[in-house]
Design a protein around this ligand. Structure first.
Ligand code: HPA
Ligand code: MG
Length: 215
C-alpha cells in the first residue's frame, strides 16, 4: 500500500482494562500511594515503538527524516522512536539522515484541557512529527496548520496514545501506538501538573495523587 494511504490502527486497549497491580513493577518510591495501576508497562511501550519504527522506515523510502518533537509530553516517545528508527536502518544497512526539532505546547491544567494553546517552535520544518498523546485532537490540528505554512513535501504524525474521548479527534495520527479508554494517564513523559514525567510506565493516577499535586 502507498505510504500516503496507510493508517496504523494501533493496538486497542479495551474499556474494561483495569491495568496491572503496582506490586509487579519497580517505580519511584516518591510516587507510592499516588498511583492506581500500571496501565501500559515500559517494556510494552518499547516493543510497540519498535513496530512503529519498522513501519515508518518502510514508508520513508529514500527520503531523509526531519522529526518534530512535541514537548514536553512527547519527548520520551520521540527519543525512543528516533533511536529505534536509527537502529533498524543501521542493521538494514540503509543510509538515513535524521534531524530533530522541538516544538512546545501547553494545554492542560490538573487533568483538564484548557483553551489556550501556546506554540513555541523552530522556523524551518518538516517531514514527521512525534507526539505522545492525542485526545481532543486540538493540539494536533493546531500543529498541522502551523506546519502546513512551511509547505513541507510530506507530513506524517506519530502518536503513542490515542484516547477514545466523546467527540474525539476527527483525524487520527498516521502511526498510532495504543488506542486507550478515556482515562487520564501519566508517566513516560506525560504529566499531571509537571509531576510523573519521571515514571517509566504509563500509569493511572490515584485520587490521593490528584489531590496531592493539584494546583
Ligand atoms: N495525561 C497527561 N497529559 C495529557 C493527557 C493525559 O491523559 N491527555 C492530554 N494531555
Ligand atoms: Mg501536560
Amino acid at each position: 500500500m502507498a505510504a500516503d494511504q496507510r493508517k496504523e490502527p494501533g493496538v486497542v486497549i479495551k474499556d474494561g482494562w483495569s491495568g496491572y497491580s503496582l506490586e509487579l513493577f519497580n517505580y519511584p518510591e516518591h510516587y507510592r500511594g499516588d498511583l492506581e495501576c500500571v496501565y501500559v508497562p515500559h517494556g510494552v511501550i518499547m516493543n510497540r515503538i519498535e513496530c512503529l519504527a519498522r513501519d515508518i522506515l518502510e514508508d520513508i523510502g529514500h527520503h531523509d527524516l526531519m522529526v518534530l518533537c512535541v514537548l514536553k509530553g512527547g519527548y520520551k516517545f520521540c527519543s525512543d522512536l528516533v533511536e529505534s528508527i536509527k537502529a533498524q536502518s543501521r542493521s538494514a544497512n540503509r543510509r538515513l539522515t535524521t534531524r530533530v526539532e522541538f516544538i512546545r505546547f501547553k494545554s492542560y491544567l490538573n487533568d483538564q484541557s484548557t483553551e489556550d494553546l501556546h506554540i513555541i517552535g523552530p522556523d524551518d520544518l518538516s517531514v514527521l512529527k512525534g507526539k505522545a498523546i492525542v485526545d481532543t485532537g486540538k493540539t494536533m490540528r493546531a500543529l498541522l496548520q502551523h506546519v502546513e505554512t512551511f509547505q513541507p513535501k510530506m507530513v506524517k504524525v506519530a502518536g503513542l496514545l490515542v484516547k477514545r474521548v466523546p467527540h474525539g479527534a476527527a483525524e487520527l495520527p498516521d502511526y498510532v501506538g495504543f488506542v486507550i479508554p478515556n482515562r487520564f494517564v501519566v508517566g513516560y513523559a506525560l504529566d499531571y501538573n509537571e509531576y510523573f514525567r519521571d515514571l517509566n510506565h504509563i500509569c493511572v493516577i490515584s485520587e490521593t495523587g490528584k489531590q496531592k499535586y493539584k494546583v
